[in-house]
Write a protein that binds this ligand. Structure first.
Ligand code: ADP
Ligand code: MG
Length: 306
C-alpha cells in the first residue's frame, strides 16, 4: 500500500505468541496487497487495470466486495468519491509511478478524464467479477483499502482474543478496549498546518475506526501553490477549498476512510449535510487565513476527551 503499519495491544495474557500473531497479520496484509495493491505490478487489481479487454474479469470475492462498497459510496456522493480516478492521480504525480513529475496540461487532464467515471465499472458478487466498460479504466483503491486492511487486522486480533488494541495503517486507525494505562486508546487529530505538530482534538477509540483525509501532508507545490492529493474526479483538478482536514468515525474503518476522502472533495458545507443523511460522526477543520475552525458532526462529542 506504499505505507507502514503498527499494531499495539495491552492484554495481559494472550494465548498466541507475538511472533505467531505477527505472522498471521502479515499473511493477511500480504494477501490483501496481492489482490488490491496498485503498487504491486501483478496484483489482481493491477492485472485488471492492465488488461485492454472490456467485459467481465473474474476476481477474488474479497476484491469484488470492496469494489462494491466503494461504488455504493460513489453513488451516495455523486461521484466525488470515485475509485476510477487513478489516471488523474497518476497525472498529478500521486500514483505508484516513479517517473519524474511534470505539471499536467489541460489537454492531458481532458484525455485522462475520458477514461474516468465509476459508471464505467460494474461489479458482480456471484461469481465475483469486475466489468470494465472502457478499455482504459484504471481502478485505484488507495482511498479505501487502508481502512479495509485495518478492519481485517482488527478481526484477526478479535479472533485471537486480543481485545485491547490499536491498529494503524498509513494513518487510518481502529481501537478497542483500553491502553496500558487503563484508559481507552487515544489519538490526536492534528491541526491541518503545513508545519506539523499541533493537536486540534483528542479522540477516544471506543471500539471504532477513524480515518482522516487532509490537504496538508501529501501535496505538490507548483509556482507557490499547494495541490492536494485528493482529486475532484468531476473537474480533474486537485480539490481547493478551505477544508484543511476531515476525520470520520465509523464501525467500519473502510467506510470511514472512503467518506473522509469524499468529504475532502465535497468541501465543508456539502459534507456536513451528507454526514447527517448518512449518519456519520466526525470533525471538519476549516482554514481561514491562519485560523482554524473545528465543526463536529454526528455523535463525535461522545468520543472527544476535551
Ligand atoms: P487521505 O488520508 O488524505 O484520505 P488516502 O491515501 O486515504 O489519503 O487517500 C488519498 C488517495 O486516494 C490518493 O492518493 C488517490 O490515490 C486516491 N484518490 C484521490 N482522489 C480520490 C477520489 N476523489 N476518490 C477516490 N480516491 C481518490
Ligand atoms: Mg482515505
Amino acid at each position: 500500500m506504499g505505507t507502514s503499519y503498527s499494531v499495539q495491544w495491552s492484554d495481559a495474557s494472550i494465548s498466541i505468541s507475538t511472533s505467531e500473531l505477527k505472522d498471521l497479520i502479515e499473511l493477511r496484509l500480504g494477501r490483501i496487497n496481492s489482490l488490491m495493491s496498485t503498487y504491486i505490478p501483478n496484483s489482481q487489481l493491477s492485472d485488471f487495470n492492465q488488461s485492454r479487454e472490456t467485459g467481465w474479469h473474474a476476481v477474488d470475492s474479497e476484491l469484488a466486495q470492496l469494489v462494491e462498497l466503494a461504488l455504493s459510496i460513489s453513488i451516495k456522493t455523486d461521484g466525488a468519491f470515485d475509485i476510477t480516478v487513478g489516471p488523474l492521480v497518476n497525472l498529478w504525480g500521486f500514483g505508484p509511478s516513479e517517473t519524474a513529475f511534470t505539471f499536467p496540461t489541460d489537454t492531458e487532464i481532458n484525455i485522462a478524464k475520458r477514461s474516468i467515471g465509476y459508471q464505467h465499472l460494474e461489479v458482480r458478487i456471484d461469481p465475483p467479477a469486475l466489468n470494465k466498460k472502457v478499455a482504459d479504466l484504471y481502478v485505484d483503491l488507495s482511498a479505501i483499502a487502508k481502512g479495509y486492511a485495518v478492519d481485517e487486522v482488527a478481526q484477526i486480533l478479535n479472533e485471537n482474543n486480543v481485545l485491547n488494541y490499536m491498529v494503524e495503517i498509513g494513518g487510518e486507525i481502529k481501537g478497542r478496549g483500553v491502553a496500558p494505562h487503563g484508559n481507552p486508546w487515544r489519538i490526536g487529530i492534528e491541526t491541518p498546518h503545513f508545519e506539523r505538530g499541533k493537536i486540534e482534538k483528542i479522540v477516544s477509540l471506543l471500539d471504532v475506526g477513524v480515518a482522516t483525509s487532509g490537504d496538508y501532508r501529501n501535496f505538490i507545490e507548483h509556482e507557490g501553490k499547494h495541490y492536494s492529493h485528493t482529486i475532484d474526479p468531476r473537474s480533474g483538478y486537485p480539490v481547493s477549498h478551505n477544508l484543511g482536514s476531515v476525520t470520520v468515525l465509523h464501525q467500519s474503518t473502510a467506510i470511514a476512510d472512503a467518506w473522509a476522502t469524499a468529504f475532502m472533495v465535497l468541501g465543508p458545507k456539502r459534507s456536513y449535510q451528507l454526514s447527517i443523511d448518512n449518519n456519520l460522526s466526525g470533525v471538519l477543520i476549516t482554514r481561514e487565513d491562519s485560523a482554524y475552525t473545528s465543526t463536529i458532526f454526528g455523535k463525535m462529542q461522545s468520543y472527544l476527551t476535551e
